[in-house]
Design a protein around this ligand. Sequence first.
Ligand code: TYD
Length: 211
Amino acid sequence: MEKGIFITFEGPDGAGKTSVLQDLLPQLEQFGREIVTTREPGGVAIAESIRKVILDPQNIAMDDKTELLLYIAARRQHLKERILPALEKGQLLLVDRFIDSSVAYQGFGRGLNAADIDWLNDFATDGLKPDLTLYFDINVEEGLARIARNKDRDVDRLDMETVDMHERVRQGYLSILEKEVQRMVKIDASQPLEAVVADALAVIKKRFFEE
Ligand code: TYD
């Protein structure tokens, strides 16, 4: 059987990656692979329960290390129940957030130790890395303005963070991008949605479905 293709979507809050993912789906059908989409934290029942605890705006007492460990626990369960089976079936798997979110948010954002996070990510994933990570880049002001305009979106605990925290998260992503030159591709998410979707499609096509 053909090997699965594992693509993750990353970016600061308000980059619009979830909308891009939705609009991309019909356009990916041309490649003839079965497509599966999922998200972190969550994607399977146990991890969705953990997600509720993490994002609950009431949980202001949550310690940064507790937060990290909950994301990691949710990731492990999601990997076992969702990611690995999809890849074994040869599916095209699109995941909204994965290991880089922990590095950007808990590492750069919260200031937890980078080596600890790398170790915990490896522990949770047995070292599995995405084949491709699309990083949707937007400046913090524009990202937060988009969240404010999107009235359908519930405000979660992470959205309530300071502008400084969001700035550190973005700088975190930019520094991961410098290290992960093979795996990670930056897409300008300040463009209109159709242009962002077109850019994402072009990268996927070139990487996996040409020649
Ligand atoms: P979500 O509503 O999925 O946000 P978005 O639509 O912006 O992706 O909430 C996920 C939040 O959790 C988001 O603010 C990023 C954060 N997060 C981390 O801090 N660390 C992680 O490891 C993951 C997966 C997400």
